[in-house]
Design a protein around this ligand. Sequence first.
Ligand SMILES: [Zn+2]
Length: 262
Amino acid sequence: MLQLILGFLFAAIIAVAAWRARSLSRSGAWGALLVGTLIFGLGGWQWAVLLLAFFVSSSALTRLFAKRKAALAEKFDKGGQRDIGQVLANGGIASVFAGLNFFFPHASWTWTAFAASLAAVNADTWATELGVLNPSMPRLITTGKPVERGTSGGISLYGTLAALGGAALIAVLAGLVRPAGNFWTVTGIASLGGLLGSLFDSLLGATVQAIYRCPQCDKETEKHPLHTCGTPTVQVRGWKWLNNDLVNLGCALVGALIGAFF
Ligand SMILES: [Zn+2]
């Protein structure tokens, strides 16, 4: 009970700080309070280290090169405030495994699943934020056809290296602060889960994710019903219900399942 209360207080401090720094919207801060309380309160300090590494590194990358990114792709011109949908898509699966750790305190699969899930969303976030800086146009993961920067399912050298770095950061930390097991096993499993999870994200983005077009800007976008310019967007491909948040949730879930399985 004490750990849960401390977890709540720690999560509240971080949620308020991130909201004031404009990394989170108001709803995003409520989401972070929930995710943070569960992970800090039911997991413990090791779990907090991984969540903070994801949160701090992805928020920092969103801000880094913000001007250059705004000039390169439309999806970066909103300042990068995460809302509750994005927070739960990225941290929801990890919270579930922190909860399972409470019921199975001697299991090792809860930790590897948790770590692999965060490695996957971290890889995806890093790839999105840094991939747009790639000097040439990205190529669609399924067909290899060059596509506009910021297109879902597009991959590039910078993006792929960023995904490797994002997964490795979480995986190495997971190995270093592991509650049980050996460093290389934990790090290897979390890296694998992270990379395959972010690969799954790109595959969904290139195939069945709902993609829209803004008739005003003549650009492909994930935004619906309104584009950032305020114009209603029209669907051009994918399953209508499969929005970007659900794709990120899928990325986190694939990472977690690989982490739990191995
Ligand atoms: Zn527009």
